[in-house]
Design a protein around this ligand. Structure first.
Ligand SMILES: Cc1cc2nc3c(=O)[nH]c(=O)nc-3n(C[C@H](O)[C@H](O)[C@H](O)COP(=O)(O)OP(=O)(O)OC[C@H]3O[C@@H](n4cnc5c(N)ncnc54)[C@H](O)[C@@H]3O)c2cc1C
Length: 218
């Protein structure tokens, strides 16, 4: 028997229907010809990203104290589902979902100072973040991550390799999953995240035929 509270949490509401309508209307401003041109030239959809930021959607699940809307991950999922159903399909999602879901680690685990410094520029769309989890030898099983971040001076020096980092080419920041203690010295298999400057990569890995070139993955 499904849990009643869980069912209610997922139920459609007038607010969620309004999110769908507003996002659909925004996406309709960016038709097939817009996405086809960007896909042909492998160009990031800057105008779409700006329109989403200006409408406040990048902060949908971010706290109101930092300029977000203070809604939940369910509302964020409705936003992404509506974008995925539009002409930009998953390329449009990739252009924005890194800024919605990846930095949520900062919302949950960041200090007040980190939130104040990092979240408002992401919500305003002035800074784009990518999300560096996957490594050549670690995918879904993140306990196998080996990338290390060592404290040096006032920051961290990172040793390791990341692959499949969507929008790395156009991001100024990366939410990077790295260990501060090597796995063999940990009592539990969890690791620590340390935001860092983006390590840019030019390696091209996305197939050209499924409209992924404008939000590419390196
Ligand atoms: C277009 C694209 C964009 C991406 N963007 C990013 C990005 O921005 N940042 C990033 O960090 N990564 C990104 N990735 C990487 C993606 O998140 C990884 O591919 C994913 O985590 C799976 O890892 P893997 O390919 O190593 O597969 P694996 O983890 O090795 O899994 C391989 C297969 O085994 C199955 N499997 C794994 N573990 C189990 C288990 N315990 N039980 C049963 N089955 C299991 C999986 O379902 C899968 O079918 C991207 C990938 C693609 C294709």
């Amino acid at each position: 028997m499904p849990d009643r509270a869980a069912m209610d949490a997922l139920a459609d509401t007038a607010e969620r229907a309004a999110i769908r309508d507003a996002v659909r209307a925004l996406c309709e401003r960016f038709g097939d010809s817009y996405w086809e041109e960007l896909d042909r030239t492998a160009t990031f959809p800057h105008a779409f990203h700006r329109a989403v930021a200006d409408a406040g959607w990048l902060g949908i699940a971010m706290p109101e104290a930092y300029g977000g809307a203070g809604l939940g991950i369910c509302e964020a999922a409705i936003l992404m589902q509506t974008v995925a159903n539009s002409g930009g399909a998953f390329a449009a999602c990739s252009a924005i979902h890194m800024n919605i879901f990846g930095p949520h680690a900062i919302v949950v685990h960041g200090t007040a100072a980190q939130k104040q410094r990092m979240l408002p520029p992401l919500i305003r769309g002035e800074v784009r973040a990518c999300f560096g989890v996957t490594e050549p030898d670690a995918g879904l099983d993140t306990t196998r991550l080996t990338t290390r971040a060592s404290r040096e001076g006032g920051g961290y020096v990172v040793h390791g390799r990341k692959i499949w980092t969507s929008t790395a080419q156009v991001a100024q920041k990366i939410v990077l999953l790295a260990r501060t203690t090597t796995a063999c010295r940990c009592s539990t298999p969890t690791s620590t995240a340390a935001p860092s400057r983006c390590a840019r990569s030019a390696r091209w890995a996305a197939p050209p035929s499924i409209r992924t070139r404008c939000s590419s993955t390196a």
